[in-house]
Ligand binder design. Structure first.
Ligand SMILES: [Fe+2]
Ligand SMILES: [Fe+2]
Length: 138
């Protein structure tokens, strides 16, 4: 079963952030397909590192927006990002050593994290950013 299919349920209604979320889902889907398709190690590693870089760029983007708009729930939201970072870091040496079970565990963890995080934390942030835009436009 493909775990990473972006849908409206994952939307936070801020176009830039939704595009970045779609990109993360797409690389994660690529990783899952390469694992189920028994791709060579170098290919799995390339996608894995691209996934981490894509995710990190996005987390930093959101954290910058939270800072610049003085978002109230920033600490709570960033804590969720840090949990993801910590888990990804734990998986790096295992996946680099060619442990495919670890790579599968990683995508299962990521799939759940992304669903939960985009549906609540990112959606709340989206509402805050849209309000800020309205205030500044007024
Ligand atoms: Fe987030
Ligand atoms: Fe996000």
């Amino acid at each position: 079963m493909r775990l990473f299919k972006w849908s409206k349920a994952n939307a936070c209604f801020v176009p830039d952030l939704d595009d970045e979320h779609r990109a993360i889902f797409s690389v994660a889907d690529e990783l899952q397909l390469s694992l189920t398709g028994a791709a060579p190690d170098f290919e799995i590693l390339e996608i894995f590192h691209r996934l981490i870089a894509t995710a990190e760029d996005h987390l930093l983007h959101e954290e910058g927006l939270m800072r610049s708009t003085r978002y109230d729930a920033r600490a709570w939201h960033k804590h969720q990002h840090d949990t993801l970072r910590k888990r990804l870091r734990q998986f790096v040496p295992l996946v680099e050593a060619g442990d495919r079970q670890a790579a599968i565990a990683l995508i299962e963890f990521l799939s759940k994290w992304l669903k939960d995080h985009t549906a609540l934390a990112d959606r709340m942030l989206g509402a805050h950013l849209r309000n800020q835009n309205r205030l500044h436009a007024a």
